[in-house]
Design a protein around this ligand. Structure first.
Ligand SMILES: C[S@@+](CC[C@H](N)C(=O)[O-])C[C@H]1O[C@@H](n2cnc3c(N)ncnc32)[C@H](O)[C@@H]1O
Length: 304
């Protein structure tokens, strides 16, 4: 059960979901012809401790990520969403955007992995403890970020945009925003506030990319698996999510003049000439219910 101002670190509560999806990315990258390869995911997950290393080494057969049906389908989804958002950033780079904000960054390693043009600044927003774990882990990998990477410790349920500006963010410059794997962990009101804050801080030419959770009509908790992590002292995933239906992101941004488009996971797979039978868990949740969306705020017209 979520409470106002609740806290976590990388291996507890909401923080452990960052490890869960990073582990899925690491496993997904090992298959033949993977949709995305994320070498930092494996490194970061192993730094979280022996249980996580055991998972990557296949020693936790009962773990949902290793379930031959559900886990494999979930891994495919994680690889697909990585590719979708990598492509989004590639388009933003080509369009000349040099200011990047990753909301709920978790173990996202794009600052180290993608070929950012000179002059790019990447703001990674998450809880202090998650950012601290990531900093410690990455400092031992020996690599340097490929952009000016700035950690911004915040609670995204509070006034984070002020803290973002204090770290150097310039609202007059076009920005590419990302909210990947985040909205489940915000109430509907906090999610809508997040959209408001993005809109307010977005100069013309800005972009946003969002992973949207599905509607869950009967308010029953939607779960990707019985537990996110069959690890000691891990909470049920259902206790970590708000499961409140916020605004439809495509409609929300379209109504405010952005060019927005969304795609469900099955349709995205089709567009990549990949097929996979949709797999649902015993509570009716499936990655096939997820939607990925992007929107562009039209550039300012050139005045004559
Ligand atoms: C499922 S993980 C996704 C991480 C990353 N975006 C990815 O896709 O790998 C969710 C992340 O959102 C962060 N998060 C959730 N609610 C937050 C909040 N209120 N304030 C700051 N970070 C939050 C968590 O700490 C966690 O790192």
């Amino acid at each position: 059960m979520r409470t106002e101002g609740d806290t976590w670190d990388i291996s507890t509560g909401v923080g452990s979901t960052a490890l869960f999806v990073a582990a899925a990315r690491a496993l997904a990258g090992r298959g033949s012809e993977p949709l995305a390869v994320e070498p930092y995911a494996e490194f970061l997950v192993r730094e979280a401790g022996p249980e996580w290393a055991d998972l990557l080494d296949g020693k936790m057969a009962e773990h949902p990520l290793l379930d031959p049906r559900f886990g494999v389908y979930f891994q495919l989804y994680q690889a697909a969403r990585t590719k979708y958002f990598d492509d989004y950033f590639a388009t933003a780079m080509r369009a000349g955007v040099r200011q990047i904000v990753i909301l709920g960054a978790g173990l996202d390693a794009r600052a180290y992995r993608l070929p950012w043009p000179d002059g790019t600044t990447i703001y990674e927003l998450d809880r202090t403890t998650v950012l601290e774990f990531k900093r410690r882990a990455l400092s031992s990998c020996g690599d340097e970020p490929r952009a000016d990477r700035r950690e911004v410790p915040v609670d995204l349920r509070e006034d984070w945009s002020k803290i973002l500006r204090e770290h150097g963010f310039d609202p007059s410059e076009a920005t590419a925003w990302l909210a990947e794997g985040l909205l489940y962990y915000l109430s509907a009101a906090a999610g809508d506030q997040l959209f408001d804050d993005i809109e307010l801080a977005s100069a013309p030419g800005s972009r946003v990319a969002i992973e949207e959770p599905p509607t869950v009509p009967d308010q029953a908790p939607a779960e990707p698996a019985d537990r996110p992590c069959h690890m000691s002292s891990q909470p049920d995933w259902a206790d970590l999510v708000y499961n409140e239906q916020g605004s439809d992101a495509v409609e929300w941004f379209t109504a405010r003049g952005w060019d927005a488009t969304g795609v469900t996971f099955p349709d995205y797979l089709d567009s990549l000439d990949r097929t996979a039978e949709a797999v649902f868990n015993d509570r009716g949740w499936s990655p096939s219910l997820m939607r990925l969306m992007t929107a562009v705020r039209p550039p300012r017209p050139i005045s004559r």
